[in-house]
Every structure is written in C-alpha cells, then in structure tokens.
Design a protein around this ligand. Structure first.
Ligand code: GSH
Length: 212
C-alpha cells in the first residue's frame, strides 16, 4: 500500500520525495500548503505535532500496523531501515551517514533557512544584520561540506546515503541563499552528480504544490 507523503515544495519536503523515488517506494502526495496555514489543520497536527512538513503515514509500518512519522531526519532513517537502502551496512559508514544527516538537520537547513527569511525583508537594517550573520555561517557550512567532499564522492563515502538526500534538499536552494557553487568545487561536483540521478530528477519533478 502506498505511503502518504504530506509535504510542500520546500527543501525539507523535497528530501522525502527524492528519497521515496530513489527507494522505489509507492507513495501518494498530500499537499500541505504552508503559505495558506494548512500546517495548522487539526488533522495534520495529529501526525505532525510541530505543525511542519514533511510527515508520512506508512500503512504498512512495524508489525504490519500503520505508523506516522514527522521530522525529515526521522523519516529518512525510518525509510532507510524499512528498505535497507541508502543505509550503509558497514557500521563505521553508517555512523558517517548519521553524522552528516545530523549536520544537515542541526545546521545546514536552519541556517540557510534564516538567509531565506532575511533576504525577503523590506527593512534595510533588519535585512543587513540578518544577512551578515547567517550568510557568513551558511558559507562556512558550504566550506565544511567542500572539505568533506574533497576526499569522498558522497557524504558518507561510497555509496550514496540518506545524508546525501538530506543535504541535497537544501543545496537545491543555493541560489536563494546566494551561494555560488563555483566557490565550492567539490560541492558542485557532488551536486551535479546527485541532480543527474533519475530518482532525484523524479523526486524534484513530482508536484508538491496544487496547480493554481
Ligand atoms: N526540522 C523539521 C523542519 C521542517 C520545516 O521547517 N518545515 C517547514 C517547511 S520547509 C514548515 O513546514 N514550515 C511551516 C511553519 O513553520 O509553519 C524537519 O526537518 O522536518
């Protein structure tokens, strides 16, 4: 039975559509339009108590019972454990996948997300302060990623892991947080190789907004 994906067209939503496509899992999209406040609907809160996308409901969860999962990192781990895919079997490599997944969840998401917020402000002073603070840190994070990828094809080494899907969701928005990937050649090489994957293409193409 299909997994229900509750999402919108944002980095955190795209992480999961990409992972579901790459894993070949059947799923159906339920758009939660966060620009219209739909993340506060009681029915959605029942599965995502922090009123944020993404969330999933898997009708075929542990012991064959339905389960809902919120928080994109938890969803990625759940799907990786369910399928055994993009979840390194070697314990040391799995630790690396978890490290880079947590790096994304704790930093490379919350920080560029602040750039997205401040860049849209009209007040010049508020904008300047926020951008100074969060763009510098965003660029530092790209530097961390570039150094990691200097000696590794993917974030946990070989092969691709769920950490790559998590980080890709945010790197996909590099223009919005005003980062030129040419300044980070290893990230650029990784980004282009990830975006060329068939499953990734499908994951970014699936509609996560209602048509007007
Ligand atoms: N840590 C959460 C963050 C999710 C998140 O920030 N989702 C945003 C869209 S990318 C959202 O739903 N925002 C709506 C709101 O804050 O009201 C995750 O990774 O799932």
């Amino acid at each position: 039975m299909a997994i229900a994906l509750y999402a919108f067209d944002t980095p955190n939503g795209r992480k999961i559509s990409v992972a579901l496509e790459e894993m070949g899992l059947p799923y159906e999209v339920h758009v939660v339009d966060i620009t219209k406040g739909e993340q506060h609907d009681p029915a959605f809160l029942a599965i995502s108590p922090n009123n944020k996308i993404p969330a999933i409901v898997d009708p075929d969860g542990p012991a064959g019972r339905p389960i809902s999962v919120f928080e994109s990192g938890a969803i990625l781990i759940y799907l990786a454990e369910k399928t055994g895919l993009f979840w390194p079997g070697d314990p040391a490599t799995r630790v690396a996948a978890l490290e880079w997944l947590m790096f994304q969840m704790g930093g490379f998401g919350p920080i560029p997300g602040q750039v997205h917020h401040f860049v849209a402000l009209k007040d010049e002073n508020e904008r300047r302060y926020g951008l100074e603070r969060f763009m510098e840190e965003t660029r530092r994070l790209y530097g961390v990623m570039d150094r990691r990828l200097a000696g590794n094809a993917f974030f946990a080494g070989e092969p691709v892991s769920i950490a790559d899907f998590a980080i890709l969701g945010w790197a996909w928005r590099h223009q919005r947080h005003q980062v030129d990937l040419a300044d980070y050649p290893n990230v650029k090489r990784w980004y282009e190789s990830m975006m060329a994957r068939e499953g990734v293409r499908r994951g970014f193409a699936v509609p996560l907004r209602r048509s007007a």
